[in-house]
Design a protein around this ligand. Structure first.
Ligand code: SF4
Ligand code: ZN
Length: 261
């Protein structure tokens, strides 16, 4: 996933996975003098929730001596997530649908801004399995290409997103954070229960108890499908506004921002 001289941006939300990964990567990076690590925290603008996480991310980066950049939806897109939710409350999309798309855009824009060639995120095995099913249930199997943990083959259009935690179950990541005494935000986002991901998480957790290994099998199935999907890659064009890969004229982020304007 990395070269000895990679310029790495790491998304740090202030939760257990991202802070845990930050500690591990900071340790590894010390042995690679040509590599550079910068933490990016996206402030979506969720009242009484994100502030604590930002503080914890600031604390950790300071202790580890890692450069830290905080960017907000408000400054990048002109609206906080709370404002978007208020504005679209009678529409069909859940807060997470806006948040996920815009957070990816915010991370990519910030990573480009600092000249990063890798964007590491702390998606764990549970996240990966959930996202695979989520895309399948939405009939959007081509988006699985974006899940390639080594960086999508579409990466030349954006900073390569790598996922070093992709095979680590959430329980192990949590255990690691506890054992090392890492302080992280444990309070869930107030918008989380409304998401489809939340239903899929419950389903996968139940399956994992009944049939251990289910999450890993879902993740591996996606990886086996990647070569085939890469051949379909040509169906992706570029967004006429921002140049990111899309199958439509406008990518999802640009079309959300256009609807909000
Ligand atoms: Fe955003 Fe949904 Fe995650 Fe909350 S739960 S931070 S709204 S993606
Ligand atoms: Zn676009």
């Amino acid at each position: 996933m990395f070269e000895h001289d990679s310029r790495i941006a790491i998304g740090v939300s202030g939760g257990k996975d991202s802070l845990s990964l930050l500690h591990i990567m900071a340790e590894i990076e010390r042995d690679f003098s040509m590599a550079k690590l910068t933490a990016i925290t996206v402030d979506e603008g969720i009242q009484n929730y994100r502030d604590e996480a930002i503080k914890l991310a600031e604390e950790a980066t300071k202790t580890l001596g890692i450069e830290h950049l905080v960017v907000s939806f408000k400054e990048l897109f002109g609206h906080s997530l709370d404002e978007i939710v208020e504005k679209t409350k009678n529409g069909p999309l859940t807060p997470c649908s806006f948040c996920g798309v815009l957070r990816r855009r915010a991370l990519n824009t910030s990573a480009k801004m600092i000249g990063a060639d890798r964007l590491a995120t702390a998606h764990n095995l549970d996240d990966m399995a959930q996202t695979v099913l989520l895309n399948m249930l939405r009939g959007d199997h081509r988006r699985l290409l974006l899940l390639d943990p080594r960086g999508s083959p579409l990466s030349d259009m954006f900073v390569a997103r790598v996922k070093p935690y992709c095979e680590i179950p959430e329980r192990e990541s949590t255990l690691h954070a506890y054992i090392r005494g890492i302080r992280f935000q444990s309070r869930p986002c107030p918008y989380a229960p409304a998401s489809m991901r939340s239903d899929i998480r419950d389903f996968l957790d139940r399956m994992e108890v009944k049939r251990p290994g289910t999450k890993f099998i879902v993740f591996q199935s996606m990886q086996k499908m990647l070569p085939q999907l890469e051949q379909e890659n040509r169906v992706f064009g570029t967004c006429k506004r921002c140049g990111e890969p899309t199958t439509q004229d406008l990518c999802r982020a640009c079309s959300i921002l256009e609807d909000l304007s």
